[in-house]
Design a protein around this ligand. Structure first.
Ligand SMILES: *Cc1c(COP(=O)(O)O)cnc(C)c1O
Length: 392
């Protein structure tokens, strides 16, 4: 395997960390109880409120992976035995459901075939039958990273409102935040779950909750056990820029830089860039004659594309060919779709030529691996990128 040049990390998270972020983290760790830290703490909390688009809500930052923030969302707002509605869009929605059961909640799972996003009509009808308001929360994954299907969060809010139901709306944005639009206040999202290592372009190690005033009200009476994850413990010191325990200081340096980069580009431009790279990728897949796992074009993800292997061909064997020949990592199929799909991550710190390198690696890998396909995917993507070049 050629080890010269840069590794292509085209899994849908962790993503490529920009040099600016790496350099921003390359500083001595400071006293997290001292005055310099307070400034950093306030800066990143305020920045994250702008990224999730909330003025009314609070943001909590944990030194943890995204899974920790999943747990935090639930234990801060709910009580043992509470009913929650979850929509099984794929592997990550399924894991969140498993976590909910382990901590003593009673999820009602709306099953699906892992080829589409959460269905607002199904959620509305589940809420309509709950006239006693026993359901305390609706939990959806905005971008299901295992399938490449994106749920329209505004439509889920509209469904909850149409049913006239008071349930909290909780949204996992781990692979969508800063890649696909999130409007926390406008869409009435009560708890956002996010992670550092995907659209936010940081290494793994930070996760986030963004919390509405309604969720903070629910927190006051929520009886699930919590200590490390307790929002109240966090929000007290956070008001002055501090944390109740040692924060991941150097990751916070990186976060401040990543927020600057996103705001210099402009969030709307960041989302348009992701949309354009996703469309170019789909044109390549179409030209190859392969099938996209997500079956509803309006649910196509802008942060990754999951592609079905032709019958009788192993996705993992194909990914191995690409890794060994071109030093590129592609995402694997998870649980139910293991070995059946591979995933191309096109999120985070990414540009046209990185995408072209990625697609060229896939097309060459298909040839070397003997996977039946038609040529011309790279050309189709190139034509689309040229036609839609921003300065065109
Ligand atoms: C990556 C991911 C997770 C898991 O996050 P960890 O940081 O691995 O704990 C959860 N949900 C979604 C949608 C993800 O993409």
């Amino acid at each position: 395997m050629s080890r010269s040049g840069r590794h292509f990390l085209q899994i849908p998270g962790p993503t490529n960390v920009p040099d600016r972020v790496l350099r921003a983290m390359d500083h001595p760790t400071i006293d997290h109880r001292g005055p310099d830290f307070a400034e950093l703490g306030k800066r990143v909390i305020a920045g994250m409120k702008r990224i999730v688009k909330t003025e009314a809500g609070e943001v909590v930052i944990y030194p943890a992976s995204g899974t920790g923030a999943w747990e935090a969302a639930l234990v801060n707002t709910l009580s043992p035995g509470d009913k929650v509605v979850m929509f099984e869009t794929g592997h990550f929605a399924w894991l969140w459901d498993k976590l909910a059961r382990k901590i003593g909640l009673d999820p009602q799972v709306i099953g699906a075939d892992w080829r589409r996003a959460a269905d607002p009509a199904a959620i509305e009808s589940a809420l309509r039958t709950d006239s006693g308001h026993e359901i305390k929360a609706v939990c959806v994954v905005q971008n299901e990273t295992s399938t490449g299907c994106t749920t329209q969060v505004g439509e889920i809010r509209a469904a909850i409102d149409a049913a006239g139901h008071p349930a909290l709306l909780m949204v996992d944005t781990i692979s969508s935040l800063a890649s696909i639009d999130m409007r926390m206040d406008e869409w009435g999202v009560d708890v956002i779950v996010a992670g550092s290592q995907k659209g936010l372009m940081l290494p793994p190690g930070l996760s986030f909750n963004a919390v509405s005033q309604k969720a903070l009200e629910a927190h006051k009476t929520a009886a699930l056990q919590r200590s490390y994850w307790d929002w109240a413990e966090m929000l007290g010191p956070n008001a002055n820029g501090f944390f109740p325990y040692t924060p991941a200081t150097n990751l916070l340096y990186g976060l401040a830089e990543a927020i600057d980069m996103l705001e210099e580009e402009g969030l709307a431009n960041v989302f348009a860039r992701h949309d354009r790279h996703a469309e170019a990728t789909r044109r390549a897949v179409q030209a190859w004659g392969l099938e996209i796992l997500c079956q509803e074009p309006r649910h196509y993800s802008s942060s990754l594309t999951a592609i079905l292997m032709p019958e009788g061909h192993s996705a993992d064997a194909f990914r191995k060919v690409v890794l060994e020949n071109f030093d590129m990592s592609l995402g694997s199929g998870l649980s139910k779709v293991a070995d059946k799909v591979f995933r191309i991550g096109h999120l985070g710190d990414f540009n046209d030529l990185m995408l072209m390198g990625t697609l060229a690696g896939v097309e060459m890998g298909l040839e070397i691996g003997g996977v039946p396909h038609q040529k011309g995917g790279v050309g189709a993507a190139m034509r689309y990128l040229a036609e839609t070049a921003p300065a065109h």
